[in-house]
Design a protein. Structure first.
Length: 365
């Protein structure tokens, strides 16, 4: 009988553990939890969890409370579902003793200091004390290479977003506020079948377009403003991410030139987003083009990032921490030039890396 995708992922996870690894893993990050188990419930805030996974070489538990028991039983079929009645700490201690855990690996970037302090204190009191050690991002690295189902979901999310943006741009006129346009994007996205936005939509016009992560304001869009749309939706848990810079009327000479430079940098960088290349190479190529054009100081962020169950994942296309790109990775390529007080231009495509090179997932319909 063929293994489910979650059985396969658990097998890969276990195979990657070495003699130096923790003997039990505690998974709290919602994206990692969903990736390994299929459990879809979100966390509403950092210190409130809908559930966590406890995995060792032979057993896999999903620990949750009564609000999510039925969902967990339906969605996480490869896991033993534990509904705690007192508190998570008490249930965890009981399970760790049952598993004969000696070293518990936890996600340090998703556990508050107070939670860590309380858990570590209690684990030391057990008959067989348990030591806590932070995980090193291994599950995040597992998620870097997407399978066909994941790419299909992201392509579908991209298609929804492209259709919504086309509709918004078709009816866009000067005088509308950034906030109003952002609200329209959200409404149309849900009407088109998206689970929701992958992140709050960015609509930034005029001087606001010089802010890479601008929040939409009550500013009214002018006819010759550069207008940056950075948008994405979520479908079946997976995100899309794309950026377009448009002008309602032909731009002036400066922004016309800037747009051309950014597009040139993007096209050049795409040539190096392929298997075997280092993640730093595409960033370097794009950055060199903008620097040679005299705008090197106006591109402050990295060229791109991974996308999947989260909008920002590894690998990152940046000047630091080079990794070798692989077939199946999904990344953005988004150079930009931002002139303080005047505006900016950013162009972003989300691509899947294939044997021959990048395939753009965010091409307009």
């Amino acid at each position: 009988m063929k293994k489910s995708i979650f059985q396969e992922r658990l097998s890969v996870l276990r195979q990657g553990l070495t003699s130096n690894s923790p003997d039990t893993l505690w998974i709290l990050q919602p994206e990692n939890r969903r990736y390994l188990s299929g459990f879809k419930a979100p966390d509403t805030q950092l210190n409130e969890s809908s559930g966590s996974l406890l995995i060792n070489s032979k057993r896999a538990f999903l620990i949750t409370d009564s609000r999510y028991t039925i969902e967990a039983q339906k969605q996480a079929r490869e896991f033993e579902i534990i509904t705690f009645k007192k508190d998570l700490l008490t249930e965890m201690c009981s399970l760790l003793m049952q598993l004969k855990t000696k070293v518990l690996g936890f996600e340090g970037d998703h556990l508050t200091w107070e939670q860590h302090r309380q858990f570590a204190k209690q684990l030391k009191k057990l008959e067989s004390p348990v030591r806590m050690v932070p995980l090193d991002g291994y599950i995040g690295r597992m998620r870097e290479v997407k399978d066909r189902g994941e790419v299909k979901a992201m392509k579908a999310a991209a298609d929804i977003m492209s259709g919504v943006l086309d509709e918004v741009l078709y009816g866009l006129e000067p005088g509308r506020t950034e906030v109003d346009v952002a609200r329209e994007i959200e409404e149309l996205a849900r009407d088109a079948g998206a689970e929701g936005m992958a992140f709050p939509p960015i609509v930034a016009s005029g001087p606001n377009a010089a802010l890479p992560h601008a929040t939409p304001t009550q500013r009214r869009i002018g006819p010759r403003d550069p207008i940056i749309f950075d948008v994405g939706v979520r479908l079946d848990g997976y995100c899309s991410d794309m950026t377009r810079t448009i002008f309602l009327e032909p731009p002036g000479p400066m922004f016309k030139r800037i747009y051309g430079i950014v597009r040139q940098a993007q096209l050049a960088a795409l040539e190096f987003v392929r298997p075997g290349e280092k993640s730093t190479k595409a960033d370097s190529v794009a950055r060199d083009i903008m620097r040679q054009a005299g705008f090197g100081d106006y591109f402050g962020h990295s060229l791109g990032h991974g996308v999947g169950l989260a909008t920002h994942e590894t690998p990152r296309l940046s000047p630091k921490n080079p990794v070798t790109l692989e077939e199946g990775m999904v990344v953005t390529v988004e150079p930009g030039i931002y002139i303080p007080g005047k505006g900016g231009v950013r162009l972003e495509e989300m691509v899947v890396i294939e044997k021959q090179g990048p395939r753009i997932l965010t091409e307009n319909n």
